[in-house]
Ligand binder design. Structure first.
Ligand code: PMV
Length: 345
């Protein structure tokens, strides 16, 4: 039996990917940026095994046998083809490309946290099988495979601050993730997840993107003007450790992404009243400080991710605690996370 284990972190986009130019290959209509949460928490860890004793490919997710979806099969086929090339070139390489695989993946974060686990899951799957197959590719090259599983998974191939460059080729080989800076670049950056609702989202990101691409007029403005500008500015803000600018761009992008969802027909609502109260609370706080000391961002769901610097933790947590607990029936679970450590308010 051959075996390898690897893990990959959850990532949260601060400049969102929204829209596919090729649905099959998950090629995006814009480049995006993410901040990968803590190195130790919030990860998927996957062990891949190949053996002549396995009768079929199997995938276990948190101890449950899962059906192999179309995208997983596509990624497995690509990984096998790369291994087969190695075996063809080097006759002494063990013949494992044709062996069936057993893939066992575990998330160390609660499913109830409402976090999208597919990004970390696909990245860990690609990493573990590429180790098993001893593929010579670097993480950026492997991110092209993870992307085909779930677009945002390509960014989970790295820790820290990561860009997904949309690329222009039709085969998708240049649509890949690159690291902007590693996690130690900005050690006092922290992230907090306000879990507003742990249930599955109403409209999946794939179908939401399709409705937006087909119907929203604002979407053209987003992909042609706003995002290309923010992509350059946000990268610079990260490299300069300029929190005020990073925070502003993150909030502007989240707001514009949700505006594009609302501009879709039929409209897509991901944020709810509790999400909106968190937005108001953060603007109130930033107004008090006369500069952004906290930034919110929302993915395709109502949960709020808040970024802030460690020195402002008390101010941010106490303000959010008050503002948010004032909201009637706010079923919030707070989960703290930072690139360096975990904070539980
Ligand atoms: O990779 P997907 O298909 O789960 O889409 C992710 C979409 C957003 O989370 C809303 C944005 C992003 O860039 O992660």
């Amino acid at each position: 039996m051959f075996e390898a284990t690897a893990s990959a972190p959850v990532n949260i986009a601060t400049l969102k990917y929204w829209g596919k130019r090729d649905v099959n290959l998950n090629l995006p209509t814009n480049s995006s940026i993410s901040v990968t949460l803590a190195q130790d928490d919030l990860r998927a860890t996957t062990t891949a095994r190949a053996s002549s004793e396995f009768a079929k490919d199997e995938l276990y997710l948190n101890d449950t046998l899962e059906p192999l979806g179309k995208r997983t099969l596509q990624v497995l086929a690509e990984l096998r083809a790369l291994r087969a090339e190695i075996e063809q070139k080097d006759p002494s390489a063990p013949k494992i490309a044709d062996l069936k695989l057993q893939i066992v993946s575990v998330n160390n974060f609660p499913t109830a946290a409402g976090l999208a686990s597919s990004a970390a899951g696909f990245a860990a799957l690609v990493k573990s099988i590429s180790l098993l197959y001893k593929l010579p590719h670097n993480d950026s090259e492997l991110s092209v495979l993870a992307r085909q599983g779930s677009g945002s998974a390509c960014r989970s191939m790295f820790g820290g601050y990561v860009a997904w460059e949309m690329g222009s080729e039709t085969n998708g080989l240049d649509s890949r993730a690159v690291q902007i800076a590693d996690v130690n670049h900005w050690p006092n950056m922290k992230a907090l997840i306000l879990v507003v609702c742990a249930e599955k989202k109403d409209v999946s990101s794939t179908s939401g993107m399709q409705i937006t691409v087909e119907t929203s007029g604002l979407f053209t403005e987003r992909v042609n003007t706003l995002v290309p500008e923010l992509f350059v500015k946000m990268k610079k803000a990260i490299l300069d450790r300029d929190f005020g600018s990073f925070a502003k761009y993150t909030m502007v992008d989240s707001n514009q992404f949700h505006a594009v969802c609302l501009d879709s027909y039929p409209p897509i609502f991901y944020m709810n009243d509790v999400s909106k109260s968190a937005v108001r609370a953060i603007h109130e706080l930033n107004d008090q400080y006369k500069e952004p000391i906290a930034a919110y961002t929302f993915d395709a769901g109502p949960n709020c991710v808040v970024y802030y610097l460690e020195e402002n933790e008390e101010a941010v947590l106490s303000h959010l605690g008050q503002a948010v607990s004032n909201v009637n029936g706010f079923p919030v679970e707070k989960m703290g996370s930072t690139p360096a450590s975990t904070s539980t308010p």
